[in-house]
Write a protein that binds this ligand. Structure first.
Ligand SMILES: Cc1cc2nc3c(=O)[nH]c(=O)nc-3n(C[C@H](O)[C@H](O)[C@H](O)COP(=O)(O)OP(=O)(O)OC[C@H]3O[C@@H](n4cnc5c(N)ncnc54)[C@H](O)[C@@H]3O)c2cc1C
Length: 436
């Protein structure tokens, strides 16, 4: 039967494709299919599209990205092509444009900067020789600490090494205590400059979404299939289709928030279980005036007992001309702060800024804070390679089930997981599977 009058959204149209999730991967899949004449409906739990791309309009005239900010590596990056198509202005941020500070707030001098670089190279060497020689996985931290004879080091050197370890956590989002030394960096190298969008990343998702049939406010609960088709049940309705493209974040799959009938194959369940979902949170602070240096980045090396706290900041005034700083917290500390009140988070951030810039800096006039791990439709920021996982598990995560249930999303991209472009490419890949 076709759509019924009582329930127009129920259709047995076996040609139709349902896409679960209106993040960049779901939108890419739906766009690809719709452009080829395929009937496609996107079901999205939130009342907005974009998923982990989320531009806040809370401060008038100052769009701020609470999820992804950058196109990582603009060379042959499909998101750079979409940005051009959307006529979205981009601004390069340069990792070398950075001012560093030590635990006491003093600026890192030339010799100290060299010491940081030296420890960073030693860490990289230790991890790459481990990858060459080891036959058993271990955590990034344990490999680094063993190779650098941790217990024999001074507290100052430990602080510099810890800063390097936390840098991995910012990049990969997992804790170095659980991140796989063998595979933590198994993704493809980023090629080209990093750029962000002063007008917000939503320009990319809006471009893809234009004209698509998207049902927001539909929380998918069950996905069932057999030889005749697929049934997708949300909290409001039931939808029938020939194929479904599932773009649920890894953390949502891990939580078992959506049931699959019949169950998912064993290798996919193993991949869901073993891959890691990490955390990166943002805290934007708006001030009455700029009191910080005119570099893109500011870094802070805290004492070892304050591991991972407010180590990386980006100077938003370079991008928007407005007096705004963005502090990041990753992995365990990022997760810990999610249990704190906004006031406690802002006070903690201000503690670091006062150590660096003095107690007479102005109080912030506004803040915006993310809690990605507590978000039930993300359950984390992006995936990472946890001890016990292997890169091939991403292929298992990506594999279609019986040519009916297809999977996309950043975690399914073996080379470019953790990124917008990886998620986008995974959506196109899933759409091509359906269309074939
Ligand atoms: C703080 C942060 C900073 C980042 N920075 C960058 C960066 O600078 N550059 C970069 O390239 N990448 C960055 N990333 C990663 C990037 O945002 C993601 O890789 C990408 O957006 C993921 O897209 P996706 O389509 O796979 O998943 P999502 O965008 O999460 O899409 C999945 C969709 O499914 C929906 N959903 C969940 N559960 C259900 C349900 N039960 N029913 C229906 N719908 C459901 C969700 O609401 C969501 O809209 C960042 C991520 C975070 C969180």
């Amino acid at each position: 039967a076709g759509p019924t009058e009582a329930n127009p959204s129920v259709s047995s149209d076996s040609e139709r494709v349902i896409v679960v999730g209106a993040g960049i991967s779901g939108l890419a899949a739906a766009r690809h299919l719709a452009d080829r004449g395929q009937g496609v409906v996107v079901l999205e739990a939130r009342n907005r599209i974009g998923g982990r791309i989320w531009t806040s309009g809370k401060w008038a005239g100052m769009p701020l990205d609470l999820g992804a900010s950058w196109i990582h590596g603009i060379d042959s990056n499909p998101i750079a092509a979409l940005a051009a198509k959307a006529r979205a202005r981009t601004v390069v941020t340069n990792p070398d444009s950075s001012t560093g500070y030590l635990a006491d707030g003093s600026e890192v001098d030339g010799a100290q900067a060299k010491a940081i670089d030296r420890w960073q190279s030693k860490m990289e060497d230790a991890l790459s020789s481990y990858q060459d020689d080891a036959d058993k996985d271990a955590s990034v931290r344990s490999v680094v600490e063993r190779a650098l004879r941790w217990s024999s080091l001074s507290d100052d050197d430990k602080a510099l090494i810890s800063f390097g370890l936390n840098d991995y956590e910012h990049e990969y989002s997992g804790s170095v205590d659980r991140m796989s030394a063998l595979y933590f960096d198994s993704g493809a190298d980023i090629k080209g400059k990093d750029v962000l969008f002063p007008g917000g990343y939503h320009q990319i998702t809006d471009l893809l979404a234009s004209g698509l049939s998207i049902r927001t406010g539909h929380v998918v609960k069950h996905i069932d299939w057999d030889s005749s088709g697929v049934t997708v049940a949300t909290d409001k309705d039931t939808f029938l289709a020939g194929h479904v493209v599932v773009t649920l974040p890894l953390g949502v799959l891990q939580r078992g928030a959506v049931t699959f009938g019949p169950g998912l194959p064993a290798n996919k369940r193993t991949a869901i279980d073993k891959l890691g979902m990490g955390v990166l949170n943002k805290c934007y602070l708006r001030f009455p005036k700029v009191f910080w240096p005119d570099t893109d980045w500011m870094t802070h090396v805290p004492d070892v007992d304050k591991y991972g706290q407010w180590e990386q900041w980006i100077n938003i005034s370079r991008v928007t001309g407005r007096p705004v700083l963005l502090g990041f917290n990753a992995a365990d500390f990022g997760r810990t702060t999610e249990g704190w009140s906004d006031t406690r988070i802002v006070d903690s951030a201000m503690g670091t800024l006062r150590t660096i810039f003095g107690s007479d800096i102005p109080a912030p006039v506004g803040y915006q804070i993310t809690r990605w791990a507590s978000d039930p439709y993300a359950c984390g920021s992006y995936s990472y390679n946890k001890i016990g996982s292997t890169p091939s598990m991403r292929d298992s995560l990506a594999a279609a089930v019986e040519d009916r249930v297809h999977f996309a999303g950043e975690a399914t991209h073996r080379d470019s997981y953790q990124t917008v472009h990886g998620a986008y490419l995974s959506g196109i890949r899933a759409a091509k599977e359906v269309a074939d």
